[in-house]
Structure formats: C-alpha cells, structure tokens
Write a protein that binds this ligand. Structure first.
Ligand SMILES: C[S@@+](CC[C@H](N)C(=O)[O-])C[C@H]1O[C@@H](n2cnc3c(N)ncnc32)[C@H](O)[C@@H]1O
Length: 337
C-alpha cells in the first residue's frame, strides 16, 4: 500500500477533481502492469535468461542502461530473480496480458505497442527505430505526447503550480516545450504569456500551430534554444522581473546537462521571486516500463532520485511542495540561506 495516496483518497470523498486524479493515477499504474508484461515478452523472445549469469545477460544487451532497466523490470514484476549471480526464471509472462479497459489507456495502447515492438532491435544493436527527431517518427511521437491521459495530467500540473493565479503581465517560460502540448495548456488555464523554448525548430512550429488551433497564439512566444542557455535566451525575450514560473515537463532525461538546466532556471526566476515547476519521473521501479518506452524514443533513462536531489540543491533551489499523484511534481523556490 502506498500511504502517500491517503490524503488524496480522503479529499476525493468531497472533491471531484481529486477523484479524477486518483482515477488517472490508478490507470497509470494498471497500464504499467500491461507495459511490463509486453516488455517482458519481448525480452524473453530476444535473449536467453534461465541459468544465465547476470553479467552475461548484461553483456548481451548493447546498452548498459537498458540492460539494467530490463533486468530490474523483469525482477520487479516477478518474472526472474538472481541466485548466486545467476538468473532464474520464476515464471514466464502469460500469452495474454492484463486487460485494459480505460478509454484513455486504450487510446495510447497501439502507439506504445509499436514503440515496444522495436525493443528486440534495440537490445541487439542499441538502435532506436523511432528516434523522435526523425521526420517519419514525429507523428508517433506526437501521439505519444498528445493523448487524453497525459493532457489531463498536464492540466493537474498547471493548476498545482498556480498558473490560473497569474495575471496578463506575468510570464511562464516552458523549457523543452517540444510540440507545445504543455505550453497550450499553460495558456488555456491562465492569463499569463508563455515563452516556449526548445532546440528543435520543427517541434516549435508544430507548437505554434497547436496554439493557433486552440486560439491562444496571441500570448505565445517561441524561441529556439537549449535549456543550458536558458538565462541568455529569456533575458532577450521576456522581462525577467515578470517571469513567475519556469516549467519543465518531462525534459531532464532529454537534455544534455540537467544540472545546468536547473541552475539556469533558478537564475531566471531569481529576479522575480518566481518558482520552478518540475514534472519529472525518476529511476524507480514503478517508472521502469515508462522509462524503457521513452528511452526507445530517444531519451536517456530517468535520473536517480539522489541525482535529482543533488541537482536541485546545486542549482540553489529547494522543494517547496512535492506530490507523486498522479505523477511526480515539484514546486521549487530559491533556497533560503
Ligand atoms: C518529452 S519531450 C517534452 C515535451 C513537452 N515538455 C511536453 O509537455 O509535451 C522532450 C523535449 O526536450 C527537448 N530537448 C532536448 N534537449 C534539450 C535541451 N538541451 N534543452 C531544452 N530542451 C531540450 C526536446 O526537443 C523535446 O521536445
């Protein structure tokens, strides 16, 4: 039993929004059981496991991070264990996986299946078939990002970090904005202007189209660039004293230097006493199936919890608020001396 969910359960008795958060959190959990089953089948199809020393299993998988994630996943879901350094298959994933019924899950299942079908190739060669930057992978990546469940969670995040309370003179800087799914929600749920920053120009042009479709393009600015150069980019495009929030939705495992990106975010909000809203999973067992899927699309693995803590501290920031339902979200502020 995850006791951190108890306050939410209590709130959900009175509050319909909390009920929805609880529901989507449970769907995310159920879906991870399905993904773990699918991934386990792909691993068992691709590599020998029973009676194989763990070191040998690791060496058969081209990428060491993938090897570790796959072993941990198989162990967590009770398919294998290690005895004296040798893998023992405890049970094989059944022919049929967990049955999914939630519409928000059924909607993304085919996309996730297609991505997971590329796992055997990645195991063998380290190649990521649907590498997100390739033009032909863009649509798949867009479907992966733009779906009912993820968009609902983005809305919860935007409210949780206080976007609706901002005024028309305020700015939100969305780092690693990609195709603008979070940026559009930040615009729709508030009155502030949004500066969307991403190194990928194709993604930004899709973000602009998205904002137009939603009728909120008047308050959107885009800038091409990396989070590692955030301060320089923002200072030329927005009044620093008015940047009340820097948001980052699932980007720290995509950037080159997450510690630098957090440092820069801290510098940007320092002048305005603003906050950093961070939506970020870490390397933990419940995230393993999602981590493998995003890795297949081109990200790194999610950071170790201790690394994330260290980066936040080294950026001169501290956690003002944290929740793990329906997803790990942090509101960070400048550390008090
Ligand atoms: C999973 S997508 C996040 C999309 C977006 N935040 C959302 O909510 O849909 C990761 C994004 O990180 C961006 N990215 C990669 N390297 C980056 C860097 N060094 N600085 C900022 N963003 C980066 C990618 O271009 C990609 O759009």
């Amino acid at each position: 039993m995850d006791f951190s969910v108890l306050p939410l359960i209590l709130r959900s008795l009175m509050d319909p929004e909390a009920r929805k958060v609880l529901k989507i959190g449970n769907e995310v959990k159920r879906f991870s059981d399905y993904l773990a089953w699918y991934i386990a089948r792909k691993v068992m199809e691709s590599v020998e496991l029973d009676g194989v020393p763990l070191t040998e299993f690791n060496s058969r998988i081209r990428d060491p991070h993938l090897a570790r994630a796959l072993y941990e996943l198989m162990e967590t879901w009770g398919y294998v264990r290690v005895e004296d350094g040798v893998i023992k298959v405890v049970r094989r994933p059944p022919e049929k996986g967990p049955v999914m019924t939630a519409p928000s899950t059924l909607e993304v299942m085919p996309v996730f299946n297609r991505i997971m079908d590329t796992l055997p190739e990645a195991i063998k060669t380290g190649k990521k078939t649907f590498y997100w930057k390739d033009r032909e992978s863009k649509l798949l990546f867009l479907r992966f990002l733009d779906n009912t469940g993820y968009n609902f969670v983005r809305q919860v995040f935007a409210r949780w970090i206080g976007v609706p309370e901002l005024g028309p003179e305020d700015w939100v800087v969305d780092v690693g904005s990609g195709m603008g799914l979070s940026a559009v929600i930040l615009l729709k749920l508030g009155k502030a202007k949004v500066l969307a920053i991403d190194p990928d120009p194709d993604s930004l042009s899709i973000a602009e189209d998205y904002a137009k479709m939603a009728g909120v393009e008047g308050r959107l600015e885009t800038a091409m660039g990396r989070g590692e150069e955030l301060y320089e980019i923002v200072k030329d495009r927005a009044p620093l004293g008015r940047v009340k929030l820097v948001t980052m939705v699932s980007i720290l495992h995509w950037v080159d230097s997450p510690e630098e990106v957090l440092k820069q975010a801290g510098m940007v909000v320092a002048r305005s006493y603003g906050k950093v809203g961070l939506f970020q999973g870490v390397w933990e067992r419940k995230m393993l199936p999602y981590m493998v899927v995003t890795w297949l699309l081109g990200s790194k693995m999610m950071p170790e919890p201790e690394d994330l803590k260290g980066w936040i501290r080294d950026a001169g920031l501290e956690v003002e608020r944290y929740t793990k339902w329906p997803f790990d979200m942090y509101l960070l502020r400048a550390r008090s001396q």
